[in-house]
Ligand binder design. Structure first.
Ligand code: OAD
Length: 235
């Protein structure tokens, strides 16, 4: 599908943990993924937080430190390069900042950001903390404990309406490194316009979304192949 003349072709990249795997950040559901080693209920739910906030803070503090030391890989960089020619919106389930550090300008973080903390009293009070840890006793301006600004199971996904809006207007969609098992985020891929070009890259996936061309392999090799083709083609 081409953009109407005068408008830039709009590309949506929908990414998941697999895109950051080659930067050394573990995925969730692969064999050695985080949810095979840790209890998802304990670390990704408000009940788990209430039961043992120190344990939850420690888990996300370690992840934050690891992400701070990681570097964007060839897949993140290739996606950022698309902005030379196209309108690009990255919709990511990832809480890392590797898309931004590679140079992507428009990134929607559906599941929050590890470099932000939020009030446990008022979710609208969000603070940039960089790669620093959150400790017990660190509070917001209302004196309530800070927690990671990460969407836990049962909580509302961020900027979902905005993400849907962009997806419905896409000319090309690149889905990369996600198992598409977590909803409502995973529903977004089915909102792609019928006539758009749709590609899905993953090492492994249970369900390839309908009408997507599936490329099996690693993001850092396959994403630059696809983006180079788009950058050098006429549309
Ligand atoms: P998953 O761990 O569920 O899936 C990662 C996908 O990436 C799998 O399909 C892998 O086969 C694929 N993969 C692994 N390495 C890859 C590589 N080098 N190149 C390409 N693909 C690769 O991660 P997500 O789908 O992102 O939520 O998980 C969705 C959500 O579940 C996460 O955002 C997280 C988690 O609970 C929160 O933290 C709120």
């Amino acid at each position: 599908m081409h953009a109407p003349s005068g408008r830039k072709t709009k590309i949506i990249v929908f990414s998941g943990a697999g895109i950051s795997a080659e930067s050394g950040i573990p995925t969730f559901r692969d064999q050695a993924g985080l949810w095979s080693r840790y209890d998802v209920e304990q670390l990704s739910s408000t009940l788990g937080w209430q039961a043992d906030p120190a344990l939850v803070l420690d888990f996300y503090n370690q992840r934050r430190e690891q992400i701070g030391q990681a570097k964007p890989n060839a897949a993140h960089r290739a996606i950022a390069e698309l902005e030379k020619k196209f309108e690009v919106i990255v919709i990511t389930q990832n809480v890392d900042d590797l898309h931004e550090r590679a140079g992507s300008q428009h990134v929607i973080h559906l599941h929050g950001e590890i470099t932000k903390a939020r009030s446990t009293l008022d979710p609208s009070l969000v603070y940039d903390i960089g790669y620093r840890p959150i400790t017990l006793g660190k509070t917001c301006e209302l004196n309530s404990q800070l927690r990671p600004d990460i969407v836990w199971f049962g909580e509302e996904v961020k900027q979902l309406m905005e993400a849907r809006h962009h997806m419905k207007r896409a000319n090309k969609i690149l889905v990369v490194g996600t198992s598409l098992q977590v909803y409502p985020a995973a529903h977004l891929v089915d909102r792609a316009p019928y006539l758009s070009e749709k590609i899905c890259i993953s090492l492994d996936i249970d369900r390839v979304p309908r009408r997507y061309k599936f490329l099996r392999g690693k993001a850092a090799s396959l994403v630059p192949m696809v983006t180079q083709r788009w950058l050098t083609s006429f549309q």
